[in-house]
Ligand binder design. Structure first.
Ligand code: ZN
Length: 413
């Protein structure tokens, strides 16, 4: 599927040093330094195309955009793939509720998402892949699981034995009881009769009355959620089989830690005989005015609506950068208003002929990003620079700082 348009990134001057990036790996619960590599492989789970693009999505894709920009600024190539879950229960349920065709709903939401990503200045993935268009690939991956004797039937549906991966549970690090409870909450079916283990993952759902289905060697049906991501990641990111890990970064929101990322990784390890991802990186959830932001509460804040109200997309980026990426963020109108004011102020200071020194500011921003994407520190550095400029300090190059903000932060003023 077509991604959104390419984003121009100014080159960072070679005067600045770009230290290795360290980021919190959910799997080890430690901030880990990325080894120096010429190519990094990053897979970020994409949207299910209904209810796009709310601020939780924006926070997630912003996080991986900052990582993408940083790794590129360090001189490496970043292979980036994102999927679209364009066939799944929630999409069909929403389409039925609203009395619209599921394909029409998906297309409209994907278009909206592309527009929002463009407005937010997010670098596009090289491959933006829908499940429907990747159906043959997904089916081949299920065949590979079947060949490894890790699948079984429950009626006409097909399940994956999660414990056939000896490392199952290691990436999310929950107890069996926690896994069972989260699995039930997040669309799993632990109590279905006929399953060998309650946690086993659905990989192929035989076609139900009134639902779409695709022909396959398992009969007509559609894939489970987890298998699609490992199939798309392993195909499009072209792992090096000599490396310990197939890819470097598996990313998404923290609601994907379990079961989605655990199960994708387990299936992937069986298919490729290689560990799936070196790091699992997760963006925190976004709340609104003291409450969880969710579809069921009906309090989602949409990027396109904010922009339609005249909010500067750069202010949305800035507001989201005001918290540590892996923490939860409580969104408020005041937070957005403050961000609008600060972005306006930054733009004003950048337009001055004489500004406070900028070289040390740029290097400090790079250093702060290298330290677990410390965007709050980045904002403090820029606030101090704005105060110094207002106070009349000189000796800096506003143009160079402006380009560096674009390169590293995606803040285009
Ligand atoms: Zn995924």
């Amino acid at each position: 599927m077509r991604a959104w348009p390419e984003v121009y990134i100014p080159r960072l001057s070679e005067r600045f040093s770009v230290p290795p990036l360290s980021v919190l790996n959910t799997s080890s619960k430690r901030v880990e330094e990325f080894p120096a590599k010429p190519i990094y492989r990053m897979y970020v789970c994409g949207i299910t195309p209904y209810d796009a693009t709310h601020l939780g999505h924006a926070a997630t894709y912003l996080t991986f955009d900052l990582i993408h920009r940083y790794l590129k600024a360090s001189g490496s190539e970043v292979r980036y793939v994102q999927n679209i879950t364009d066939i799944d229960d929630p999409l069909l349920e929403r389409a039925a509720r609203d009395g619209v065709d599921w394909e029409v709903l998906a297309k409209s939401q994907i278009d909206l998402f592309r527009g929002d990503m463009t407005d937010l200045h997010i670098l596009p993935p090289q491959h933006y892949v829908g499940v429907v268009e990747a159906m043959d690939l997904v089916v081949s991956s299920i065949v590979a699981l079947e060949d490894s004797e890790t699948t079984y039937n429950v009626e006409n549906d097909l399940y994956f034995r999660v414990h056939s991966d000896s490392e199952f549970g290691s990436r999310s690090d929950y107890t069996e009881a926690q896994m069972l409870s989260i699995f039930a909450e997040r669309g799993g079916d632990p109590t279905r009769k006929g399953k060998e283990n309650p946690l086993d993952a659905l990989v192929w759902l035989a076609q139900r009355d009134g639902e779409p289905g695709w022909a396959s060697v398992f009969g007509k049906g559609r894939p489970g959620w987890h298998i699609e991501c490992c199939a798309i990641a392993l195909h499009y990111l072209q792992p090096e089989h000599s490396e310990e890990y197939a890819i470097d970064i598996q990313g998404g929101g923290s609601d994907l830690i379990f079961p989605h990322h655990e199960m994708s990784a387990a299936q992937s390890r069986i298919i490729s005989k290689q560990r799936f991802s070196r790091t699992y990186i997760h963006a925190g959830m976004i709340g609104l005015d003291g409450e969880k932001m969710s579809k069921s509460r009906g309090n989602l804040v949409f990027v396109s609506k904010l922009i339609a109200q005249g909010v500067d997309p750069m202010a949305i980026r800035w507001a989201l950068m005001g918290h540590q990426f892996s923490d939860e963020l409580m969104w408020t109108t005041e937070r957005l208003q403050d961000a609008v004011t600060e972005i306006d102020d930054l733009r004003l200071q950048m337009s001055r002929v004489d500004v406070a020194p900028t070289d040390s500011v740029i290097q400090s921003i790079i250093n702060a990003l290298s330290n677990n994407l410390d965007t709050r520190e980045v904002q403090s550095i820029l606030r101090a620079w704005m105060s110094a400029t207002t106070a009349g300090e000189t000796g800096g190059e506003a143009g160079e700082l402006s380009r560096a903000l674009d390169t590293l932060l995606g803040i285009a003023l």
